[in-house]
Design a protein around this ligand. Structure first.
Ligand SMILES: Cc1cc2nc3c(=O)[nH]c(=O)nc-3n(C[C@H](O)[C@H](O)[C@H](O)COP(=O)(O)OP(=O)(O)OC[C@H]3O[C@@H](n4cnc5c(N)ncnc54)[C@H](O)[C@@H]3O)c2cc1C
Length: 447
């Protein structure tokens, strides 16, 4: 029996260093106006410092250049990194690269690891995961996949239309989910993953799709619309086995989702700090906003919801470390929709307490708010995760026999009377004796 919420002192020291480093060195990057080349120049020394401290790409095992820290420690690190959109880039575990590196490490051939994984981990390459398609293709329901790949000689020829492939424009390679066996009776065995280099013939990255965040998405880090038009890549670029696309996707999406939830803890914490600070700073109606009960309610509700989200996230991470991503499906889905709501609500309250300043772009809350809205959609919309949770929960239940619910009181009363019949009889007998005795005493007293 062991329940332990403590962090070992050596790791806490690393977290303390990270906290200071992220605030002092990474947050300032948010307000610098520069281009991709300038940004790359700025982040290299920071990434080198992280590498020198052994905190680079910690989600991967040592044989793949990481520290093998596992998901719980990664969760605690992401909580700090996630306070700024650039944190994960500085620590070598930003999406979608972190998820892509995990599946390359798990399913890549030696050659694929050398060609794609190593430069990805070194921070020299960026990558993209290209699965979602516009309607009527695959979105929340991945079995609706329409993009295909057929074999021609020693090449795969890919045709299809994808969108919202994050970082498509800046990726050195894309991992694309395609149908390779459309007639397979098992719909989960129809798809495969293929690695597409950015210069593959027939790869047409049309645009970054304008969206609620896009105006502020720097350095081409947008969500791309991509046409695969007889796009040709060598057969060796198949990642995992033919027909294993869903299996590989599951291994990627589980950790990928929880990594998002971990980053949201950092975003929510930052908004919460702003909420508390402003409530103490701003006065009106004869006192600080912090003295108004409504504002106190926002603070208390936010603190409680963030604590719940944190524990749920770390518990899901712990379960993944103990039993693997598949075993933690329910926990991951639960925190995916719950965490997205907490993130949204805390930022919303922080905006409100700042009034018009909160609505302005002079502080980061409005940008955080727009980005938070997407959290309810990407990596599976809330509704689908709720379905997953409900299904998993219902596996632990069976319908009660007969027409009544298990807790039907008249039925239970009858059963209870049968169960305790002997004792009840003794009680009844006792009561009868007691009332006879009381009546007799009354007679004697009356003379
Ligand atoms: C910022 C951002 C980044 C993204 N990055 C990537 C990426 O890198 N790679 C990639 O491949 N994709 C990416 N996506 C796409 C994302 O994963 C999809 O948007 C998501 O899976 C939902 O698919 P869809 O948009 O086609 O919604 P649809 O499938 O059209 O669903 C629309 C809505 O229908 C409802 N719905 C769907 N199913 C159910 C159900 N079973 N029960 C109840 N309601 C339901 C939900 O409300 C849902 O929002 C990104 C999206 C965003 C917003």
């Amino acid at each position: 029996m062991s329940w332990d919420f403590s962090t070992e002192p050596e790791f806490q020291e690393k977290l303390d260093w990270m906290e200071k480093f992220v605030k002092e060195e990474v947050w300032p990057l948010e307000v610098i106006d520069t281009d991709l080349a300038g940004f790359t120049r700025l982040i290299r020394p920071l990434q080198d410092e992280v590498k020198a401290r052994g905190l680079w790409a910690t989600h991967l095992p040592p044989e793949h250049g990481g520290q093998g820290y596992g998901q719980v420690k990664l969760g605690l690190m992401h909580e700090i990194e996630g306070s700024t959109i650039f944190g994960p880039t500085i620590f070598g575990n930003q999406a979608p690269d972190s998820g892509n590196s995990e599946i390359l490490a798990l399913y890549g051939t030696e050659e694929q690891k050398k060609k794609w994984l190593e430069p990805l981990l070194a921070g020299e390459y960026r990558s993209c995961f290209s699965m979602t398609e516009p309607a009527p293709g695959a979105g929340a329901d991945p079995t609706m996949l329409r993009t295909t790949a057929r074999r021609e000689g020693d090449e795969w020829v890919i045709n299809g239309h994808k969108w919202f492939s994050s970082n498509g424009m800046i990726a050195d390679f894309l991992i694309v989910m395609v149908v390779t066996d459309p007639d397979n009776e098992n719909q989960y065995a129809r798809a495969s993953m293929i690695i597409v280099p950015k210069d593959a013939p027939g790869l047409n990255i049309a645009r970054n799709i304008p969206n609620m965040v896009s105006e502020h998405e720097p350095f081409g880090m947008g969500h791309s619309e991509i046409f695969y038009e007889d796009c040709r890549v060598p057969v060796d670029n198949l990642l995992g086995g033919e027909g294993q696309g869903f299996l590989v996707a599951q291994m990627r999406l589980g950790p990928g989702r929880i990594h998002h939830c971990m980053r949201w803890l950092g975003q929510a914490r930052r908004a919460f700090d702003m909420l508390c600070e402003r409530s103490l700073q701003r006065t009106g109606f004869g006192g600080e906003l912090a003295r108004k009960q409504t504002v106190q309610n926002w603070i208390a509700d936010s603190a409680a919801e963030m604590e719940a989200a944190r524990l749920m996230t770390l518990h899901a991470a712990w379960k993944m470390d103990q039993e693997g991503p598949s075993a933690a499906r329910k926990e991951i889905s639960m925190i995916k929709f719950f965490g997205a709501k907490v993130l949204h609500d805390v930022i919303d309250r922080a905006i409100q307490v700042h009034g018009s300043l909160g609505f302005s772009s002079d502080i980061p809350l409005e940008g955080m708010y727009r980005a938070a809205r997407a959290a309810r959609i990407y990596d599976g919309p809330d509704e689908v995760h709720r379905v997953t949770v409900a299904r998993q929960v219902l596996k632990g239940y069976t319908p009660p026999e007969g027409p009544w619910p298990r807790d039907h009181i008249p039925t239970r009363r009858e059963a209870a009377q049968r169960k305790f019949a002997a004792q009840l009889e003794a009680v009844v007998h006792g009561l009868q004796r007691r009332s006879w005795f009381r009546a007799r005493t009354a007679e004697v007293e009356a003379g």
